[in-house]
Design a protein around this ligand. Structure first.
Ligand SMILES: Cc1ncc(COP(=O)(O)O)c(C=O)c1O
Length: 369
């Protein structure tokens, strides 16, 4: 059996007819940017997330960049972020000339270690980025409490958590602004690059709306200097086809995760953390084991694709060292980088495939006895 970590073609085949109808409508008008699909998607997605405003942008990286810009973050301001995050979370901070300050991962949770977070706050801290990693919302109440005491805005990167809930509410709009990637591998995904910024703050929404089109109120009426960052009509149309299926697909991901976690009971590995008041959408299902590299090769030989999210924490990248940034020792983020291994968890995965993944992982551990 061959099981990829993610198979985008299966989903595409299932919705191809609906996509082609929508895309041919777009091509028949040749309105490729700022059209009716973008406006409708923004409304539909804001309503889905329970947030006042959604602003489509060109990527998740841009969504973070424009969110920080809208918050007025600039040179020498400090922005706190988790070390166990992908590079796009740090790049916008660096691009603005601000100072990234890293915090460790919490043990038994994908969110930040709260002591590490509190210790990282200084008088220069102008933002805290919380990343809902692998589909699991962070413990937002605790993060918001810490931030509010010091009046620091929380930027909630929900790129990996479309549809997840924290205390029965979608993982968006807890922080003052929520940048989100809608790139090809996300739970709600474009067929190319795309992103969205969500916020309940009308002022911030208006600023991001301006920033994404060169600061223009009308054509050639530039109110501020901005950027070019648009979610195009081809992507917005596809997102509108996919959004109504998101809850069902996330439910299927949870079902697979449940099957894995039940199947792995008793094995010497950690399964993803679960919390009664947080519903993960399993953007990835990652196990943790010191035997990660051997397990990865074993599964590869069995035809099972796996992934690592992420193999290197931000403070150990060559890019971090090349910038002459501070040295850190962040034991939990470093351990997680060494031990995590993501298994296939996408909605179109068949029962016999998930059963094969479970039996293959079990076989790996039985060969160690
Ligand atoms: C948590 C997180 N933030 C930001 C991004 C950047 O998104 P994009 O690839 O759409 O620029 C990603 C996607 O890789 C992500 O997973």
């Amino acid at each position: 059996m061959k099981i990829p970590l993610l198979d985008l073609a299966r989903k595409y085949r299932a919705i191809e007819a609906a996509l082609l109808v929508k895309w041919s409508e777009v091509f028949s008008t040749m309105r490729l940017l700022n059209g009716s699909n973008l406006a409708a998607f923004e409304q539909e997605f804001a309503a889905y997330c329970g947030v006042k405003q959604a602003i489509g942008v060109a990527s998740g990286t841009d969504a973070i960049y424009l969110s920080l810009l809208a918050l007025g973050i600039s040179r020498e301001d400090e922005v706190i972020l988790p070390a166990h995050a992908p590079a796009p979370v740090i790049e916008p901070i660096v691009a603005l000339g601000a100072v990234p300050v890293l915090v460790d991962k919490a043990s038994g949770d994908y969110g930040p270690d709260l002591d590490s977070l509190r210790a990282a706050i200084t008088s220069k801290t102008k933002g805290i980025i919380a990343v809902h990693l692998l589909g699991l919302p962070c413990d937002m109440d605790e993060i918001l409490k810490t931030a509010e005491e010091r009046k620091i805005p929380v930027i909630e990167d929900s790129s990996q958590a479309q549809g997840a809930t924290y205390k029965m509410k979608r993982a968006a709009g807890f922080g003052v602004i929520t940048p989100m990637s809608l790139g090809p591998v996300k739970n709600l995904a474009c067929y190319g690059d795309g992103g969205v910024v969500l916020t309940n703050d009308d002022g911030l929404a208006r600023t991001v709306q301006l920033l994404r089109v060169h600061g223009q109120e009308q054509k050639y009426d530039h109110r501020i200097y901005g950027w070019n960052s648009r979610l195009d009509e081809i992507q917005a149309a596809a997102l509108r086809v996919k959004l109504p299926m998101l809850d069902q697909e996330n439910a299927r991901r949870r079902e697979i995760a449940e099957e894995y976690s039940t199947g792995f009971r008793g094995l010497p590995l950690k399964t993803p953390p679960t919390f009664p008041d947080r519903q993960s959408v399993y953007h990835q299902y990652a196990v943790e084991t010191p035997l990660r590299d051997r397990l990865k090769i074993f599964l590869q030989n069995k035809g099972i694709g796996t992934g690592i999210y992420y193999p290197v924490p931000l403070h150990q990248h060559a890019a971090w060292k090349a910038k002459g940034q501070a040295e850190y020792s962040l034991p939990e983020a470093e351990r997680f980088s060494r031990e995590n291994l993501a298994l296939p968890v996408f909605a179109e995965l068949r029962d016999e495939e998930t059963a094969y993944v479970v039996s293959s992982v079990k076989e790996f551990f039985s060969t160690l006895d």
